[in-house]
Each structure stands twice: as C-alpha cells, then as structure tokens.
Design a binder for this molecule. Structure first.
Ligand code: 5GP
Length: 193
C-alpha cells in the first residue's frame, strides 16, 4: 500500500507517523491518574519546559484533579566555572520553590544533558522533592544516571517531531508524533505496513 500521502515534509526532511494521537491521549490520562494518586494533598508545582513541552503540559494539566499549580520556564545555557560545567538558568521561574514538591514536565529526554544540568540548578533552590515527567525518552541515547519518574513512551534513538516537538521551528502543531525517514529501508518498511 502506498502511504506516502501520510508523510509530512518540513524543510529538507520527511517524517512518517509513529505514535498516534489517540495513543498519546490515552497515555497522558494514565500518567495524570498516577500523579493524582501520588500527589494528593501535596499541591505540587509543575515546571513545564518551553518550548517543546507546552502541548504535553497543557493536556496533562487538564486531567489533574488534585490541587496543583503550573509555571513554564525556558532554559538558557551558559558555561559556568570549570567546576560547575554547563549551567542552565530557568528564565521565568519567579516562584520560590523552597520546600515545594516539583514535577518537571519535559517533551523528550535524549542524552539527558539538559535534564542533568537543570536538576543541578533546581536542587540548589531547596525544593522538598523533584520528579521528572517526560512524554518521550530515548533510553539508548541517555548519558546520565537520571531516573525518569513518569514516562509516556520509550522510543528508539531517532529524531521525532509533533505534539509540541519541532524540526527547525515546524511540526509542533501535529497532534501525533512523527519519526524522521532516514534511509530507503525506513521508507520501504513503512510502505509495507
Ligand atoms: P538532551 O539534553 O536530553 O540530549 O536533549 C533534550 C532536548 O533536545 C529536548 O528538550 C529537545 O528540545 C531536543 N531533542 C532531543 N531529541 C529530540 C527529537 O527527537 N526531536 C526533537 N524535535 N527535539 C529533540
């Protein structure tokens, strides 16, 4: 069957459907239910990481029934001293997070470099607890010993877009996840689906 009409092209790359919108919505509800049970009476503060996590955070938040708040931060990177290495400053984090139960909401954890550096920054602000909620993670690419507490989907080490994730600014508005087509083989396998 020729499924090429399902492909998306952004700039110089082509992408094919990978995780359907219905499966994402189902998984997001499941994660929200887990959080509802584990955080009752804790009034957690969700930290959504911009830009990629805006859609996931918004959908997740709709399914939370506990008392909770959310704020969005953008991570700005700069080189710290040689002892601190790369430092990520959360721009827009106005709240005092000391003593709070924090849940970081991320779109994707790849090498884990971003999350590792962000955790170091947050820990310095003395929250009561920090948990990580990521829609996607690439276990084969992870380079740090970081425990992801809530994971939507484990995916292979391939570039994906959609549901908030972009390729050079485009593709964030697709309600599903699409995977890059890198080889002839990848395209042929898709056509056989
Ligand atoms: P890490 O620091 O874990 O290697 O990468 C984290 C950031 O890289 C993510 O927040 C995201 O912005 C970007 N990234 C990593 N993998 C992908 C991917 O497959 N697709 C897109 N669109 N962004 C990715």
């Amino acid at each position: 069957m020729n499924n090429s009409f399902l492909l998306k092209r952004y700039h110089d790359k082509e992408f094919r459907p990978f995780i359907h919108a219905a499966d994402i919505n189902k998984r997001v509800k499941e994660i929200a239910n887990e959080i509802n049970e584990e955080y009752e009476n804790k009034a957690p503060l969700f930290l959504g990481i911009l830009n990629g996590a805006f859609m996931f955070a918004s959908d997740l938040f709709k399914h939370l029934t506990i008392e909770c708040s959310i704020t969005f931060v953008k991570l700005a990177s700069y080189e710290g001293t040689s002892s601190t290495g790369k430092v990520l400053t959360p721009i827009g984090l106005e709240e005092n997070i000391s003593g709070r139960d924090i849940i970081i909401v991320e779109d994707i954890v790849d090498t884990g470099n971003t999350m590792h550096a962000f955790l170091k920054t947050l820990e310095g602000k003395q929250p009561n607890s920090i948990k990580i909620c990521t829609l996607l993670q690439k276990p084969d690419a992870l380079e740090h010993d970081i425990k992801m507490d809530y994971v939507g989907f484990d995916i292979p080490d391939k570039f994906v877009i959609g549901y908030g994730l972009d390729y050079d600014g485009l593709g964030r508005n697709i309600p599903a996840i699409y995977k890059i087509i890198t080889t002839e083989e990848d395209l042929h396998r898709f056509e056989d689906d």
